[in-house]
Design a protein around this ligand. Structure first.
Ligand SMILES: [Zn+2]
Length: 379
C-alpha cells in the first residue's frame, strides 16, 4: 500500500490547518478543533469535542481497528506559537509551497505531523482497510503554554486511555525517546540597608546576588544522560537595589535550569538552595519555583521503541533514536499515565517557532508512510 499516500491531499489538509490561526497565547483552538472533528467524522471516527473553556477546544477521535481491545494514541497539539515580534517575508497564515517546502505558521510544529497521521488513516480507508488496533487521535489545545487546557485537561477527565502513544512533533523522522524538563526559579537575596557613603555599615543584597549568580550560572550539577547530556543552569534575569547611594536591601534573580528524567520540583529547588547554602560567608535568600516541567523518557529497549524504530528505518534509513532538549506533551503520557510514548514527526525542530517556518514535503509524505505502517502493525 506504499503508493496510497496522496501527497496533494496531505498538503491540502495541512494548508487548511495553517489558515486557521490558533496562536497561543492567547489560545483559540476552536476553529482548528471543529475542522479536524469534521475531517475525522468523515473518516468514520467516533469524535468528541471537549472544551476547556472559551475557545479552548480539543478533539478525541477514535478510529475503530481490527482489534478493538488495543489502542494506539496519536497526540498532536493544534495550537501554534504567536508570530508577534517575528519578521516574516510572507503571510504566516497563507500557506505557500515553494520547491520541497510548505511555509506557514505551524507547518513544522506541528500541523504538518497531524496532517500526515490523518493522511495515513485516509489511505487505509481508500482501501477499505482497518488499522490493526483502534487509533485514538488526541488533538489538543494549549501545548505551547503547558497543556493545562489541552492534554492535562483531557488526562484529568479520563480521555487518554491507550496502550502506546505516538507524538508527531518535528523530530526529522528520528525516534524521540527522552526529553529534558525545566525549572524556572526566583531567588530573592536579602540584605540590610544603610547609607551608600558607608557601604560596610549594612549588607548589600546586590553584592550577595553577584556571588549567587557566580555560583549558579553555568553550574554543573554533576549528572548526565546518554541522549540528553548534562543539566544546564542559566541566570537570565536580575533586578535589585534602590539607588547608587543606598545599600541594597533586596535583589532578585531568575534562573532557568534544564533537568533530566527523575528530577522533581522539590529536588531541583533543593539543589539550588544547597549551592547557595554552601557559600561562605553566607547569603540570605528565599527561593521559589515559578515554572516546573517534568522531564520524561521511555527505555530505548522498550518493545514500542523497537517497533517504531524499525518502521522509521524502513522508510528513512538514517532514522536514529534521539533525545530532545525541549519538552512536549509526551511527559503526561510517560509520567502520569505510564503509557509508552515516542516522538516521531516530519520537520526539523530548528524550523519550529521561527519566522518563515516551513516543513519539507518529502518529510510529510515519508511521515505518512511511517504512520501507515505503524497503524497497520501495532499490536
Ligand atoms: Zn510542538
Amino acid at each position: 500500500m506504499n503508493d496510497v499516500i496522496d501527497a496533494d491531499r496531505l498538503v491540502g489538509l495541512v494548508k487548511d490547518l495553517i489558515r486557521l490561526d490558533s496562536s497561543n497565547p492567547p489560545g483559540g483552538e476552536s476553529e482548528v478543533a471543529r475542522h479536524l472533528a469534521g475531517v475525522m467524522e468523515d473518516l468514520g471516527a467516533r469524535v468528541e469535542l471537549i472544551s476547556a473553556g472559551d475557545g479552548r477546544d480539543s478533539v478525541v477521535a477514535t478510529v475503530a481497528g481490527k482489534d478493538p481491545t488495543r489502542t494506539l494514541a496519536v497526540n498532536g497539539h493544534i495550537d501554534v506559537v504567536p508570530v508577534t515580534g517575528q519578521t516574516w517575508t510572507r503571510d504566516p497564515f497563507t500557506p505557500e509551497v515553494r520547491g520541497d517546502r510548505l511555509y506557514g505558521r505551524g507547518a513544522c510544529d506541528m500541523k504538518g505531523g497531524i496532517g500526515a497521521a490523518i493522511e495515513a488513516i485516509r489511505a487505509l480507508r481508500d482501501h477499505d482497510s482497518l488499522p490493526s488496533t483502534n487509533v485514538a487521535f488526541h488533538l489538543v489545545a494549549d501545548e505551547e503554554t503547558g497543556g493545562i487546557f489541552g492534554t492535562q485537561w483531557l488526562m484529568d477527565r479520563g480521555h487518554l486511555a491507550a496502550d502506546a502513544c505516538l507524538v508527531p512533533e518535528p523530530t526529522g523522522l528520528h525516534v524521540g525517546v527522552a526529553e529534558r524538563g525545566a525549572l524556572f526559579a526566583r531567588i530573592t537575596v536579602h540584605g540590610r540597608g544603610g547609607h551608600g557613603s558607608v557601604p560596610d555599615s549594612g549588607v548589600s543584597a546586590v553584592a550577595g546576588a553577584a556571588r549567587v549568580v557566580d555560583a549558579l550560572h553555568l553550574r554543573d550539577f554533576g549528572v548526565e544522560h546518554p541522549l540528553l547530556g548534562r543539566t544546564t543552569c542559566n541566570v537570565g534575569k536580575i533586578s535589585g537595589g534602590a539607588a547608587p547611594n543606598v545599600i541594597a536591601e533586596s535583589c532578585v534573580i531568575e534562573v532557568d535550569r534544564r533537568l533530566l528524567p527523575g528530577a522533581s520540583r522539590d529536588s531541583a529547588v533543593k539543589e539550588l538552595l544547597d549551592v547557595v547554602e554552601s557559600l561562605d560567608p553566607p547569603v540570605d535568600i528565599d527561593a521559589e519555583a515559578i515554572v516546573f516541567v517534568e522531564a520524561s523518557e521511555i527505555d530505548r529497549a522498550h518493545p514500542v521503541v523497537e517497533w517504531i524504530d524499525q518502521i522509521a528505518r524502513s522508510v528513512r534509513t538514517d532514522s536514529e533514536i534521539v533525545g530532545s532538549m525541549l519538552g512536549s506533551d509526551a511527559r503526561f503520557y510517560r509520567n502520569a499515565l505510564s503509557i509508552p510514548t515516542v516522538l516521531l514527526g516530519p520537520g526539523d525542530i530548528a524550523q519550529a517557532h521561527t519566522a518563515d517556518e516551513w516543513v519539507s514535503l518529502t518529510d510529510l509524505t515519508d511521515a505518512a508512510h511511517i504512520y501507515l505502517r505503524a497503524f497497520q502493525s501495532f499490536r
